[in-house]
Write a protein that binds this ligand. Structure first.
Ligand code: C2E
Ligand code: CA
Ligand code: CA
Length: 417
């Protein structure tokens, strides 16, 4: 029905030489409400929102549900872009009012993508596809956003689809590998490693985690990817620990997306099981965006992981809000000071004081403080004077292959006995 309506609208606009807009609307928190308050609440939310959208458009416009929590609008006969803005803003304001569901007042927000006829496409398929691409960009830019289609977005979305397709293949063919970046204690002894995902593509070359992690998060591949990294890295570290009778720890990065799952702890435990690595040697690095989310569910997941024996590390501390309240509220055993803070400590006295204060605070709270991105001997010296516990960075060691890590550990064992 949507398709036919759009076809008619396009034909009419072509005859009248007028403009029309196709708008994709996707609710931002539908899945969360559906999962936590149940399907009835989810249905009621969809009905309420559908009613609000229908109530804020004009008679000549069309609204259709695409399935799930996506809606499409066809806005006909637009006289100007300002007129369109006013209309979209009205829809956004109306839909974003809280909805009462089972006595909970729930906030609703929507991401919207807009494609215009004739500027962004002259046929139905192209207009729908471009509105979808714009909606994706709106979501990626943060929730409650509105984006217009541009040619640049189309190119980015082609790249994204290519990456997604290639990642699925790589996961099937075991194409991801792990680099191990060592962490050292105050005496220069290697005490642990951080596992960093690596992807070498035969045609596209090396693709960095900053490019593929966001795509993996968006398209649901972050769980298999994390499991593959954890499985490989725990095997490698357990093997080494057995051989050298040592107890090197393993840190793995966990995307906030993984905490949306109910049985994260069980899933991680099953990935670790084959290796025989004790969960006591496992450190799970999380970022602050996780702690901004739905806290009760997250705290209980964190406690479960802690009860299992793993330690939780606050990654990139010193970026974003870095609320000190996190350090008390959440069960975090480790704080990793972000490299952007460490970078300035030789030259910037105030920054040095901030880092020193974080080190002291962490220590007094009984946490292990790790300095990231240590690049120079001078930085290392200053951090040692502050009595920071652990150090990681290119100045001490770049991320290593498993073979190079073994070599380095053996060298260390030979020289220090
Ligand atoms: P991160 O967790 O902060 O990891 C540290 C990043 O800083 C690594 O980049 C590392 O190579 C780099 N680095 C380490 N020491 C230095 C230094 O002294 N100077 C500079 N300039 N950089 C240094 P990489 O491997 O490119 O990873 C980037 C980010 O991608 C990571 O940041 C992490 O957030 C994410 N990532 C990597 N592997 C995974 C993974 O398996 N899962 C998830 N969820 N994220 C991952
Ligand atoms: Ca990390
Ligand atoms: Ca970090």
């Amino acid at each position: 029905m949507l398709y036919d309506r759009l076809k008619q609208s396009v034909a009419r606009a072509a005859r009248a030489q007028s403009r029309l807009a196709v708008v994709f609307i996707d609710l931002d928190n539908f899945k969360f409400i559906n999962d936590n308050l149940g399907h009835d609440a989810g249905d009621q939310l969809l009905k309420t929102v559908a009613g609000r959208i229908a109530g804020s458009i004009r008679k000549l416009d069309t609204v259709a549900r695409l399935g799930g929590d996506e809606f499409v609008l066809i806005l006909n006969d637009l006289d100007s872009e300002e007129g369109l803005w006013t209309l979209l803003e009205r829809i956004r304001l109306k839909t974003s009012q809280p909805v009462l569901l089972q006595e909970h007042s729930c906030n609703v927000s929507a991401s919207m993508g807009v494609a215009l006829y004739p500027r962004d496409g002259v046929d139905e398929q192209t207009l729908l596809r471009h509105a979808d691409v714009a909606m994706y960009a709106a979501k990626a830019a943060g929730k409650d956003n509105l984006h217009f289609f541009t040619g640049k977005l189309d190119q980015q979305s082609d790249e994204r689809f290519t990456l997604e397709r290639e990642m699925r293949l790589a996961l099937e063919q075991d194409g991801f590998s792990v680099a191990y970046q060592p962490k050292f204690d105050r005496h220069g002894k290697m005490v642990g490693v951080e596992a960093l995902a690596r992807w070498h593509h035969a045609q596209l070359g090396d693709i960095g985690p900053d490019r593929f992690i966001p795509v993996a998060e968006e398209c649901g591949l972050i769980l298999p990817l994390t499991m593959s990294i954890l499985r490989k890295a725990s095997m490698a570290i357990a093997r080494y620990n057995r051989m050298a009778a040592s107890s090197i720890s393993l840190a793995v990065n966990l995307s906030p997306r993984l905490f949306e799952r109910d049985h994260l702890c069980r899933e991680l435990a099953s990935a670790l099981a084959d290796s025989g690595l004790s969960p006591d040697l496992l450190e799970l690095e999380i970022t602050e965006s996780l702690l901004l989310g739905d806290t009760e569910h997250i705290i209980s997941q964190m406690q479960e992981l802690q009860g299992w024996g793993a330690q939780l590390a606050m990654d990139d501390f010193g970026t974003g809000y870095s609320s000190l309240a996190y350090l008390v509220r959440f069960p975090l055993g480790i704080i990793k000071i972000d490299r952007s803070l460490v970078a300035g400590i030789e030259s910037n006295e105030q920054q040095r004081m901030v880092v020193s204060a974080v080190v002291t605070l962490g220590r007094n709270l009984g946490k292990t403080v790790v300095a990231e991105g240590v690049e120079t001997a001078e930085q290392l010296q200053l951090l040692r004077e502050m009595e920071c516990c652990q150090y990681q960075g290119f100045g001490l060691s770049v991320p290593l292959s498993e073979a190079a890590l073994h070599g380095r550990l053996q060298q260390e064992a030979a020289c220090c006995g």
